[in-house]
Design a protein around this ligand. Structure first.
Ligand code: MN3
Length: 204
């Protein structure tokens, strides 16, 4: 049964970095719409496989439903992953990864600041609707990628660690056309412990 996942924080919990109004619409309208369409689609597909398994093995989805599955299952999974990547920051302190996560980022990108610059450039440079991701590739190398529409990195052999949604609906209510301001504020709500947990579960 596909259901809209509830958030572990309130709709105003990511203020001021991500406004209550933007989060409410994003979760209760956009994510809900993907949820509804995916639920209908899964009734037609009639599978016992998990969503994650199918996203990793798109060839297992009947060809006639595959295009819709990429859009709806991707939209459902990507947003769930996004919400779990956030943590309220009421004191508005500056956030940085620590420990093993910080070392891994420094190994891959030189410094945390260099990583932020590269991730921001990928997110800013994405043309149209899509996402930027920090992922591990199949050899365990940490890389930054972008994906178009709701295409999910799981379908391309990547293990996602962190993402930002750069569809206009993700930021337009709060930041209008200023995607750069959304990306700047995104850093204030990244849940680095969660990102590290994803990283360690891959490497251990
Ligand atoms: Mn979105």
């Amino acid at each position: 049964m596909i259901k809209l996942p509830s958030l572990s924080y309130e709709y105003n919990g990511l203020e001021p970095f991500y406004s209550e109004e933007n989060l409410t619409v994003h979760h209760s309208k956009h994510h809900q719409a993907y949820t509804n369409k995916l639920a209908t689609l899964m009734e037609k597909i009639e599978t016992k496989s998990s969503l994650e398994f199918l996203l990793k093995n798109l060839q297992m989805v009947p060809a006639e439903f595959r295009g819709a599955f990429i859009n709806q299952a991707g939209g459902y999974w990507n947003h769930t992953f996004l919400w779990e990547s956030f943590l309220p920051n009421p004191k508005q302190e500056i956030r940085k990864p620590i420990g093993k996560m910080l070392s891994a980022i420094e190994d891959a990108f030189g410094s945390f600041e260099d990583f932020q610059i590269a991730f921001t450039a990928k997110a800013m440079g994405h043309f149209g609707s899509g996402w930027a991701w920090l992922v591990l590739d199949s050899s365990g190398e940490m890389v930054i990628i972008d994906s178009h529409d709701q295409d999910c990195p799981l379908s391309h052999g990547y293990t996602p660690l962190l993402t930002i949604d750069v569809w206009e609906h993700a930021y337009y209510i709060q930041y209008q056309n200023k995607r750069n301001e959304w990306i700047e504020n995104f850093w204030g709500i990244v849940h680095w412990d969660k990102v590290e947990e994803r990283f360690l579960s891959f490497t251990s």
